[in-house]
Design a protein around this ligand. Structure first.
Ligand SMILES: [Mg+2]
Length: 173
């Protein structure tokens, strides 16, 4: 169960600041592409994407893309950012994440994973021993039955997250 609860939830990647990452001892981020950076049908990085990535780079945080989508899509997107990409990663398996970690010459305990799906991104990050897992809301969800089913399964896990978040807030006073 703990493997399925994100450490943080945000509406969009733009809510994730370099300060939050540095504050958690993060020096590298593993990024999902589809519905995290851009919708499925957007081939290249947006101006906002590039600005956000640039802000990470400015404080020395490395980044790479780990996606379950196919090589052509993933490489085209990654090329538009100048960052490395690991397509067909098979998340929640750890192989893509492990490759990205060594590609960035870092270790899992100094890395964060950012994605829109609990059963792929959050689970993969926890299986691979990534320090923090960050869930963002999907930019534009597919409405097929499988996707709806997965979102339904995520609901109780998000409830656990929110409960824990409330306790965290209380402690802070
Ligand atoms: Mg995704």
């Amino acid at each position: 169960m703990a493997l399925l609860i994100p450490d943080y939830c945000f509406d969009t990647i733009y809510d994730i600041t370099p300060e939050l990452l540095r504050g958690n001892g993060i020096e590298a981020v593993i990024l999902d592409i589809d519905n995290t950076m851009v919708p499925y049908e957007t081939a290249e990085a947006t101006v906002e994407n590039l600005r956000w990535l640039e802000n990470l780079k400015k404080v020395g945080i490395k980044a790479a893309f780990v996606s379950n989508n196919h090589r052509e899509r993933v490489e085209k997107y990654a090329e538009s950012t100048g960052l490395s990409a690991y397509p067909d990663s098979g998340k929640p398996l750890r192989k893509g994440i492990t490759a990205a970690i060594s590609g960035m010459e870092t270790t899992p305990d100094k890395a964060a994973i950012i994605g829109d799906q609990i059963f792929t991104d959050v689970l993969a990050g926890n299986i691979a021993g990534i320090r923090i897992t960050i869930l963002v809301k999907p930019i534009k969800d597919k409405r097929d039955p499988l996707c709806r089913f997965k979102r339904l399964l995520e609901k109780p896990l998000l409830a656990v997250y929110r409960k824990r978040e409330k306790r965290r807030e209380k402690r802070k006073g």
